[in-house]
Design a protein around this ligand. Sequence first.
Ligand code: NOJ
Ligand code: CA
Length: 557
Amino acid sequence: MSPFVILGATFLRNTALILGTALSLNACGGGSTPPTGPAVVQPEPVVGNLPPVEVSAVALADPGSALPEGWQNGAFMQIFVRSYQDSNGDGIGDLRGLIQRLDYLKTLGVRGLWLMPVTQSQDKDHGYAVVDYRNIEAQYGSLADFDELLRQAHARGIGVIVDYVINHSAAENPLFVQSKSANSNAYRDWYLWSGTKPTGWSIYGNDPWKGSVGNYYFAPFWDQMPDFNLTNAKVTAWHMDNLRFWMNRGVDGFRFDAVGNLVENGAGAWENQPQNYTILRAARQMMDGYAKRFLVCEGPSDPGGYTAACGSAFAFNNTANIFSAARGEAAGVQRVAAFHATAAAGATSRMSTMLSNHDSFAGQRASDQLIGNVAQMKLAAATYLLQPGTPFIYYGEEIGMAGGGTLGGDAKLRTPMSWNNSIANVGFSTGTPYRSLSGNLSNFNVAAEQADPNSMLAFYTAILGLRNSIPALTGGSYEAVTVNGSVMSFQRRVGASTAVVVINYGTSAAAVSVTGLTASGTLATAYPSATADVSVDASGQISVTLGAQAVRVLTLR
Ligand code: NOJ
Ligand code: CA
């Protein structure tokens, strides 16, 4: 291509499309992958000192899925592998360590895992700066370890989805190294370049254009995470090959990172652009060629739109409602009830719900937001585990783990899992943990809570048990939603299964009437177990009394 003297990203992206045929991708095209084996690597010839890139085509070769139909309606655990369990004493969590904890996850009642990036990364922390899209981060293990994790998780009826970073790569990714090497490089148009500094841009308060005169590149998240040019069809085709690479190994789906940022149409049009949805629909459609694969997208400013495009997206816009309700605020209870009110007919029933995640912009851990108030933490948990959607439990939330006491920023949210009360290593490692520990490890840890029937862990296990055993709670409708002060009740139904959920967020006992039930029947109490059955009167109504900050779940006998 001729030297770039351009005005901005849009011009370059259009140029890339027009000149697309002039780009040469030597190793692209043709080829197929055996059903369970890795893609055939066809290294690029090394030009000078440039690293070879991995752009070989990967054909669909579905190994199938032994997971039950609807598995993705079960609760997921979001796992930061680096902080979950270390198996070799180097102080860094790894895949073999995670395998050791699968029985814990199964007993808890988790049906899926979301692994934050496990691909080889430059950042050596969160993993979102991907160096090799088709290999495992060496600190975490190997592809063989990953295959073993899939095997062992599947054997326990647990699906595994992995983070996929579609918007940007690491600056050390060979593709970017090639791209930045020369205007004439075959991969130049895989990223966004401008000869002059584009003006008027501000993303998350920062100028996204990095680099220097003649070579400005677009990198809104970090100068070491340049954005791909996703209007270049060769880039999106390559992403599809990478996705097939993992699904051919048996991966059950993906969490797509930062989907609001995929394509920019100018300084004032950089978020949630129409092309984003087109790319995601194409990915979802490609995934539908495989059995039972799940896709959840991270698009904080348009959860509904990305749910429609991807199949599911995170309900960032509901976490504050849940915490407000848990604090007993009547307005919060109203908002939490209304959030899923269109679920039976609309997209929200497919949303992925959560209390917190690994990013501080999404809020602190429940324990920190609710100042360690266990009753409120249980109410928050019951809300997202019993309402519609697919709940994603951020690792440690099930034990009420707090953030790192001495840490700030995102690191505070990403501390080693508190398996026991050892102030040296919390049972996470036999060595020295790579990061300092959670602030409440002495009382909130797995070992202590397994021995306490009133613990957070016992509560999560009980509620997940209900969700897994009552079809109406796993994938049923959301009906007869009623709010009375601080009490919310709703009914969920599918087939012959009916569940009635009543949650009293208030600090005094409350008497509640629930209407619209089958007349003159009997409801069995599924939770708490010591509570008696309830008779429905001739008008289809029941009256129940709940203690303060209490949850009651009933099912039709
Ligand atoms: C969103 C991820 O959740 C966050 O952790 C990451 O830093 C950015 N996307 C960029 O990949
Ligand atoms: Ca390790």
